[in-house]
Design a protein around this ligand. Sequence first.
Ligand SMILES: [Zn+2]
Length: 136
Amino acid sequence: MNADLEAAVRDRARNTCEYCLIPQTAEITDHQIDHVIARKHAGETTLENLAVSCFHCNVHKQTDLTGIDPDTRAITPLFNPRTDRWVDHFRMLSDGAIIAKSAVGRVTVYVLKMNESESVTLRGLLIRGEMIAPTV
Ligand SMILES: [Zn+2]
């Protein structure tokens, strides 16, 4: 991927994970450039098919396009940051937990393991501005 394209993807997302909303500045591991539709499914390396993803979300999403809705057992598409609006499918609580508002949200929270305790804790700390405190 060329550097200009990667920079455009990161700039568009303010280098924040487009799935779980954790910013790069809060992570030690580098956010990755995700093919929303994976190359193995003929997804192209274009601005319209790329998204910023934290390492955690990218590792769990892999090349998946769908998942099984934990409530209905229906095969359901994952959240697509290029065609879906985050607020239509999720909301974030003050403690950092992400609550699904749709089937797409439910399957994405489940497949990407968006509410593992470390992620919820980190988002909660970011929301409260308590990332780190000075010592004496
Ligand atoms: Zn993420």
